[in-house]
Design a protein around this ligand. Structure first.
Ligand code: CMP
Length: 237
């Protein structure tokens, strides 16, 4: 839970609201509702009705498609400063995907009417919203491209590099330690592959001294080595 002064200071850091004028911003603060979500809990499920937009103050959210009888597909991993849940607000349709907390999250939610009030009369805010949505579409396109062009090993290497950068703990001379929740099942979910495949591919990366397994945690030993794999097309899929 944060006080008003904290929110005033931090709201401007959300790219979505960086162009909103001061008066509207102050008004907005009174309308934001804090919500805490524990690791692995859903914020909402795919197909449910939704009239709230969520801003991430801290933690990480996984956006996932959960088709009945088929393997789930991770669409995006969102972190502090990101927002989600805007699609149902904009088109009035059910949630297009589910949102789960990867780690304990602090969120702020905003009702549709309040969101529209903020955007109303601010072409610059609308332009920024469109730019942010375009960025999301680009990322989805990149992901689709990598699924069709890269092997599982290469995608795993790319994901480990991203995680090293965003969530890793750098230890002098000992590489980068990833958090506990980055395990074989969670990597498999993000890559939309099986846990067995992740275990097999990690064993290969270990054999190449690129990563190490320490109990349940993964240590990245050689980020550049993982990045180099991304340029190769010869690894197993
Ligand atoms: P909404 O449809 O309301 O609920 C699910 C949310 O997931 C959606 O709004 C977006 O905020 C987010 N979302 C859906 N598809 C993607 C995607 N391809 N990339 C990133 N976020 C997405």
């Amino acid at each position: 839970m944060h006080d008003r002064a904290f929110l005033v200071k931090h709201l401007r850091r959300f790219p979505l609201f960086s162009a909103v004028d001061e008066t509207k911003l102050v008004k907005l603060i009174g309308r934001l509702r804090p919500r805490q979500v524990c690791a692995s809990e859903p914020v909402f499920l795919q197909g449910t009705d939704g009239d709230e937009l969520f801003l991430i103050v801290s933690g990480m959210i996984r956006i996932v498609l959960e088709p009945a009888g088929a393997r789930e597909v991770t669409l995006a991993m969102l972190t502090a400063g990101d927002f989600f849940g805007e699609m149902s607000l904009l088109d009035g349709k059910p949630r297009s995907a589910a949102a789960y907390a990867v780690e304990d999250c602090e969120l702020l939610s905003l009702l549709r009417s309040d969101f529209f009030e903020v955007m109303n009369g601010s072409p610059e805010s609308i332009r920024r919203l469109l730019a942010l949505l375009s960025g999301r579409l680009r990322q989805t396109n990149d992901r689709l491209q990598s699924v069709s062009l890269l092997s599982v090993r290469q995608r795993l290497a790319g994901l480990l590099c991203d995680l090293a950068r965003t969530r890793g703990h750098s230890e002098n001379g000992r590489g980068i330690l990833l958090p506990k929740d980055v395990n074989h099942p969670s990597l498999a979910k993000i890559l939309s592959t099986s846990r067995e495949t992740v275990t097999r591919e990690l064993a290969e990366l270990r054999a190449q001294d690129l990563v190490a397994q320490e109990g349940r945690r993964i240590r990245i030993l050689h980020v550049e080595g993982l990045e180099a794999l991304l340029g190769r097309q010869d690894s197993a899929s």
